[in-house]
Every structure is written in C-alpha cells, then in structure tokens.
Unconditional design. Structure first.
Length: 329
C-alpha cells in the first residue's frame, strides 16, 4: 500500500433518516415507513471511505460534547481515521434530516436538510497548528460544510507547502476567481458545475458540453476538473483532453446518500496509488455504485476487498485495474 498521507478538513453530521413512499407536498403530512440514524457529514464520509480502503488519513473538524458527537468521532476512528485533531467543544453536533422517497420502480431519491451546528464554529484558533502539520501530508481534501474563510486560509497554506488540494464544492457556493489557482482537483457534480459556470444542469445533454463548461474553470487556474454525472458516469477534464467513463448499468439504488462522498474518497485513493485516469474513474464508479446499493451514509461505505470482488464482476479478468487492486489487498 502506498503510504501517501491525506488530511481531510471538513464536517461531521449525524443523519436522521426517514423512508417514505413519497415526499410530502407543502403543508402535508405523510406516514413514513422506517427511521434510522447513521454517522455522516461530507468530510467524515470521505475520510471514512479513504480509511476503509486503506489510506493513511487524518481528519480535523468539530462536534459537540454530546452523544451524536461521540458516535460520529467513534465511527471515523473505527474506520482507521486519525481523529486526534477533532474538536469536541461545539455548541451541538450537526444533524442532517434525510428524507428518502422509496419508489416502486427502485429509482429512489433523497432530500436533505443539514443543521450545521459545530461545523460552522471551526475557527482560526482551531486550525492554528495546521501550518506546521500540513507539510507532513500529500493531499488536503475539503468540502463546503465548514466556514469558507477557513477553507480559503488552509488552502493557501497547503498550496504554499506543495500539498495537492482537492475541493468538493458541496454544498454549492460560488468560488472567487482567485480560489481556483489553489485547487489541484475540483470535483463537482453536474448541478454544482452548472452553478459555478452560470449554466443550467439540464443544458448538459452531452459530454462535450460538460467538458466545455469544466474548461471555463480550468481557465481560471484549476488544472483538473472531475465531474460526477450520476447515472451517466464521470468525466475527468484537463486543458488538453478528457476521459469519460460510463456508470454501471442496472444498479439497484437503495439509498443515494454518500454516493458522491464515496466517489471522492475512492478517487483520492486512486490518486495516492498512481492509477491511470480511466482506472481512477472506473474504480470510483464501482465504489459509488456499491454505496447506492446500501442504506445510510457511512454504513453504506465499502472496504477494498468488497470493491475488488465487485470489480471482478465487471472487469476483464486480465484488466490492469484488477491487478492494481490485487496488489493493494
């Protein structure tokens, strides 16, 4: 296993999950079918996926001194994530209200409301040791569920020390033009790409249009834009070329929660282990497909052995991707 080190600066959220046959309309109450809780948060999900795959990953964030905070931190630690930098003195741990519409045709959809709590209380004082510590890491991974000024400050510090930076711009906020030059890998979905470029996601009817809009961001200084396209697949765009890999067909979607986070965790794993671009996307697509086939956020994430067994069902027996995964088991 390549021992490159990853630092995740991001969010912890306890998901409160309700399944119902349909979403309620305005002013309406419907009966749900099931209720469960699951540790989540984009930052924690991505860190946990990396830990389960075997990466050396540390995470910094903040939770409250409450039961949810304890469970959130313990879940990350159980996956192999170094949680020694996680603050536990927030006002309350973040929660996510996850509503899942369980349709008869299996094409489930979700709606999520996040109450950020301690995630938005991360301060400059909380990351005062970052400047000294980040030099020991190869990658910094960020999302946008913590204060944006903290993200900007730490990006600049990491960039100055030669650390590669991956930003998942979710939830979607417009970036300033200067932000792009500090980002090595920008990983939006098609809706986030549309917002960042002033387009509409329904305009992305073909890959060429996706590439065209991704290059608008590349022209601002970010050399790599990786767009996740849901059931269509994923696309890695640079200034000179692009690689598109279709999603797997006939994947039964149980719960799409954390699918994008698992893709990003898998993508960082492939970067750290020097996969080819198409292999990065194929591997990450496999991990995302496994995630949507299970319920919950971190409860739906997969270890490397499971990804390997799943990939064997779809890859040629002599594929270089399978050989690379085998070498890392």
């Amino acid at each position: 296993m390549n021992r490159k080190k990853v630092f995740v600066l991001g969010s912890f959220v306890m998901d409160l999950i309700v399944n119902a046959k349909r979403f309620p309309d305005r002013g309406e109450t419907v009966l749900g079918e099931t209720f469960s809780t699951a540790p989540g948060g984009k930052g924690a999900n991505q860190a946990v996926q990396m830990g389960l795959l075997g990466l050396d990953v540390a995470m910094q964030g903040k939770v409250g001194n409450d039961d949810f905070g304890r469970v959130l931190v313990e879940s990350a630690e159980a996956a192999g994530v170094d949680v020694s930098r996680v603050g536990r003195d927030g006002s309350f741990s973040a929660v996510g209200n996850v509503q899942i519409e369980t349709r008869e045709d299996g094409s489930n959809e979700n709606r999520i409301i996040v109450v950020p709590g301690a995630n938005l209380e991360i301060s400059t004082q909380d990351v005062e040791n970052f400047k000294e510590e980040i030099k020991n890491f190869d990658y910094l991974v960020q999302q946008q569920e913590i204060p944006l000024d903290i993200n900007r400050e730490t990006r600049k510090i990491a960039f100055e020390q030669g650390v590669e930076i991956l930003l998942n711009p979710a939830p979607s906020y417009l970036l300033e033009d200067e932000d792009y030059k500090y980002i090595s890998y920008l990983v939006p979905n098609e809706h986030e790409l549309a917002e960042l470029t002033g387009a509409k996601s329904e305009d992305f009817n073909d890959i060429e249009t996706v590439v065209e809009h991704a290059r608008q961001l590349i022209n601002k200084g970010c050399p790599n834009v990786i767009v996740t396209l849901g059931s269509k697949g994923s696309c890695w765009v640079t200034a000179d070329d692009y690689v598109f890999v279709e999603a797997l067909k006939n994947v039964k979607s149980i719960d799409p929660t954390a699918a994008g986070d698992s893709f990003i965790g898998a993508f960082v794993f492939t970067l750290a282990n020097d996969f080819e671009k198409a292999e990065c996307l194929r591997f990450s697509n496999y991990v995302g497909a496994l995630t949507v086939s299970k319920a919950g956020a971190q409860t739906s994430l997969s270890k490397l052995q499971e990804v390997y067994e799943y990939a064997k069902e779809h890859e040629d027996v002599n594929s270089s991707l399978l050989r690379k995964i085998e070498s890392l088991l």
